[in-house]
Design a protein around this ligand. Structure first.
Ligand SMILES: [Zn+2]
Ligand SMILES: [Zn+2]
Length: 305
């Protein structure tokens, strides 16, 4: 499989000359599976450029199809959907896969962005055929030879990590997550107070989800000195990402969800600090960069960007 980053930024998109190396768009990843199937994760502002690329292909003629995995529905992860041009072409088909939220459907959340107070084009103008599948947390799904496994992350609301496996290659995507030993965040997590026994069980299950993955994409929003009074804000550091990657025997780690306040120099410093910590590990550490493609699996071994 082949994974390309279209948006790597958390919180909000940013366009500044000192952010162009890693990119300013908010979260969106695209996977091209060995079968040819396409999977998109998240619809942050990065999905707008992905949509333009797709409109150079079969999606312009209404002959495209893709699965869209919803990590969660905070603004930075959904604000690009109303501008995703393939939705407006009849004949295209999309299948949203998400976790079932309590009391509201994913369709209602997405259509809410098209309320005329927020956006001029009505949701009904989306001409593509769009299906909505809601999974229970922890559930696995087989999708044309691709196995998807879900896991609830430690983040406000209901936030899903996905493990995506095909032909022996695996990637785990953890866009937003906080330190479980500091606070329990999100629906049904029993929080907010820390609970060491809960934290141990959670960490064991999360490590099992990531076990032996070829690539782990992980939240590295904060630097160590920044997270001290913000451990309940829902995010992690490069060191947190490395600890999980090391425990799970992951081969490559891509730091992700870069803070918009961090320019290229700071993101590179976070990357270097994490690499320094990993120098004795059999693990490659990178920082997610807009436009970078990772080739995963023995049949498509490729170079890191
Ligand atoms: Zn986020
Ligand atoms: Zn979030």
């Amino acid at each position: 499989m082949q994974l390309t980053f279209f948006g790597v930024r958390g919180s909000y998109p940013i366009a500044r000359p000192d952010n162009v190396r890693y990119g300013g768009n908010s979260t969106c990843l695209h996977l091209r599976m060995a079968s040819g199937a396409e999977i998109i994760l998240d619809g942050g502002s990065g999905i707008v450029n992905l949509g333009l690329e797709m409109m150079q292909r079969e999606f312009a003629a209404g002959e495209g199809s893709a699965t869209i995995l919803v990590g969660h529905t905070h603004w930075d992860h959904i604000l690009g959907y109303p501008f995703f041009l393939p939705f407006f072409v009849a004949g295209n088909s999309f299948r949203f896969v998400s976790a079932g939220q309590t009391g509201i459907s994913i369709r209602e959340i997405l259509s809410g962005q098209h309320h005329d107070l927020h956006f001029p084009v009505p949701f009904e103008d989306l001409a593509a055929n769009i299906q909505y599948d809601e999974l229970s947390m922890g559930e696995s799904l087989n999708l044309e030879g691709v196995k998807l496994t879900t896991f609830q992350l430690n983040h406000p609301g209901l936030t899903v990590a996905y493990r995506i496996e095909e032909e022996g290659a695996a990637v785990v995507i953890i866009t937003d997550t906080a330190r479980i030993h500091a606070a329990r965040l999100g629906d049904n997590m029993g929080g907010p107070d820390p609970d060491p026994a809960f934290a141990r069980r959670y960490t064991d299950r999360l490590t099992a989800l990531c076990e032996g993955a070829d690539l782990l994409v992980h939240d590295a929003h904060f630097m160590e000195h920044e997270i001290r009074d913000k451990e309940h804000w829902g995010h992690a550091t490069g060191e947190d990402a490395l600890r999980l990657a090391r425990e799970a025997g992951v081969r490559r780690l891509a730091l992700f969800h870069h803070a918009p306040e961090h320019n290229d120099t700071v993101v590179s410093q976070i990357l270097q600090a994490t690499r320094d910590l990993a120098r004795r590990d059999d693990l490659e550490v990178t920082a997610a960069m807009e436009g970078a493609t990772y080739h995963l699996g023995s049949s498509s071994e490729g170079e890191l960007p």
